[in-house]
Design a binder for this molecule. Structure first.
Ligand code: BTN
Length: 232
């Protein structure tokens, strides 16, 4: 059974369900009311975008937040995690749409799923441990390791602040390491390669390719560096 308490954020009362080890906070959050927050110490079946495993040992932040639909949530969530991490001394950047990176290495991930007309925002942050080679953590990147719940509160304060869409876009663009970078974007079986040149007001990525500008609403983005290819 979880510990249940209320969490007061920016004048809103959220319900916090705190678990020890779970399979996935995303599964637990399905069907729960809007403004419920699930947090766990570790996950045995944490998952990320494209069905990938999200390695979730104790010492990281694993949370799922049930929210009302918001078309800008992918950008809002990326900004919230990156700005909260800067409070731990981490110069976090965003790889479109919302991978959170430090020096090109992934430190946190965001997953948004829909259930019963609500959005389930899943956030995983590597605090203490680097879960796989090529990733990083708050500790490894030289930041101040905080308790997962403290980082969660900071994320929620940014996420739930009443911020106009254009202000979120401005902050997103400032944090986005993808703009100005050579990228490849996998969309289903297709691949688009070019230079990322901007973010549209709805969060779509604009890529300048040999065949002209392409507007990309969703896909898996890789940053390409020089001759070699490094994905972050
Ligand atoms: C990604 O980068 O692919 C997104 C990773 C999202 C991981 C979080 S951890 C908490 C929540 N529970 C899950 O099973 N996944 C998300």
């Amino acid at each position: 059974m979880p510990q249940i308490r209320s969490l007061s954020i920016n004048g809103r009362e959220l319900r916090l369900l705190r678990y020890g080890r779970v399979d996935s906070t995303q599964r637990i959050a399905r069907g729960l009311p809007v403004e419920t927050v699930v947090i766990a110490d570790s996950q045995t079946a944490g998952h990320g975008r494209y069905g990938r495993e999200w390695v979730s040992p104790p010492g990281g932040l694993y949370t799922s937040i049930v929210l009302a639909p918001d078309p800008l949530l992918p950008l809002r969530a990326g900004v919230a995690v990156a700005e909260a991490l800067s409070g731990c001394g981490i110069p976090a950047r965003l790889k479109w749409p919302n991978d959170v990176t430090v020096d090109g290495k992934k430190i946190a991930g965001v997953l948004i799923e829909e259930a019963d007309g609500a959005m389930i925002l899943g956030i995983g942050v590597n605090l203490d441990r680097v879960p796989y080679p090529g990733a990083t953590s708050v500790r490894a990147a030289g930041g101040r390791v905080t308790a997962p719940e403290e980082l969660l509160s900071r994320i929620l304060r940014v996420l739930l602040a009443p911020t106009a869409d254009d202000a979120i876009l401005t902050r997103y663009r400032a944090l986005c390491a993808t703009i100005g970078t050579e990228v490849s974007i996998s969309i289903g079986r297709g691949l688009i390669r070019g230079r990322a040149v901007g973010i549209e007001p709805d969060g779509a990525l604009i890529v300048s390719t040999a065949a002209g500008a392409r507007r990309i609403a969703s896909g898996e983005c890789r940053h390409l560096y020089g001759r070699g290819i490094r994905s972050s």
